[in-house]
Design a binder for this molecule. Structure first.
Ligand code: CUA
Length: 321
């Protein structure tokens, strides 16, 4: 029975948002601390249950002496918790400290949280950053430093399989150091309540082999393939460009109303920060019903016909390849 329960419990340890399925050194140390805490607390719990059982089996009239009672209090109430906490600190503090050290030769990405999406800024050598959103492309097997801040309220950045969470605070930059051991996709969430759509603020880290990453970054710096045709659309210029940029090297979103950069929109996997798969049909639906899909988001209703939305979604969804 116990073994069955344990199996059922452990099955919950896998999954894209599981800290117990670590995929990098920072997440491994967190998972180790967690398993040690579970193991030690299970031993302590078992000890307490045994003592409780012994107490219930004690016969009438058979009482602990005052001295014995004091000894129990000191052992169980002072010595045991102190030992457990000190052991945990000795084990846990170095693990936390090792995550604070900025690794040399790290790949650096700036991340800015917004209600309710993540802006991702790749500083390049020329000093002109490339701006994207919702996905962070990193090299696998190489340390990554994420400089995290917020454009509005306090959020919390968390990629459970890669490391711990860190607050995204307006006016302050917190650094998080992660390494993804292998190429792949690692899901993330906002881990601090930040308003109505806090739960719909997903982010994905995509770890690539170096060559694939170089290609991806080069593609991100290119202008939108339909740039010129989009700029001829009066509706797009008047309604969308008030808040979104079409140039991947435009400035990061600084006002509350600013939305994700549209240059690399077609390459991103989802719309609305993980809400819908990114297809032309869904983009058309999003342009019409985004306030139903993600109520309270800062994008105002668009004043367009369905045909206009469809045409705009087709243009925005064009890809180079
Ligand atoms: Cu952003 Cu919760």
């Amino acid at each position: 029975m116990l073994a069955l329960l344990a199996c059922a419990g452990l099955a919950g340890c896998a999954g894209e948002l599981s800290t117990l399925d670590p995929a990098g050194p920072a997440a491994h140390s967190i998972a180790r601390v967690w398993w040690w805490m579970l193991g030690v607390s299970a031993i302590v719990m078992a000890g307490v249950l045994v003592l409780a059982a012994m107490a219930f089996r004690r016969r009438e009239g058979e009482r602990l002496s005052a001295r014995g009672a004091w000894r129990m209090l000191l052992l169980g109430g002072v010595a045991l918790p102190c030992t457990a906490i000190v052991a945990l600190l000795i084990y846990g503090l170095p693990a936390g400290q090792s995550m604070r050290l900025a690794p040399p030769d790290a790949f650096v990405v700036d991340v800015r949280a917004h209600q309710w999406w993540w802006e991702v800024i790749y500083p390049d050598g020329s000093g002109q950053p490339v701006i994207s959103a919702s996905e962070i492309h990193i090299p696998s097997g190489r340390p990554v430093t994420l400089n995290i801040t917020s454009g509005d309220v306090i959020h919390s950045f968390w990629i459970p399989r890669l490391g711990g969470k860190i607050d995204a605070i307006p006016g302050r930059t917190n650094s998080l150091h992660l390494t993804a051991d292998a190429p792949g996709e690692y899901a993330g969430v906002c881990a601090e309540f930040c308003g109505a759509q806090h739960a719909r603020m997903r982010i994905t880290v995509v770890a690539h082999e170096p060559d694939a990453l170089a290609q991806r970054l080069a593609a991100m710096a290119e202008p939108h393939p339909a740039h010129d045709r989009l700029m001829q659309q009066a509706d797009f210029v008047r309604q969308c460009l008030a808040c979104h940029a079409l140039d991947p090297r435009a400035r990061p979103a600084e006002t509350l109303a600013a939305g994700p950069n549209l240059a690399g929109l077609a390459r991103r996997a989802t719309l609305g920060s993980g809400l819908l798969a990114n297809t032309p049909e869904n983009l058309t639906v999003w342009l019409r019903d985004h306030q139903l899909l993600k109520p309270g988001n800062h994008m105002p209703y668009t004043d367009m016909t369905d045909a206009q939305r469809e045409a705009l979604a087709a243009l925005l969804g064009e890809r180079h390849d």
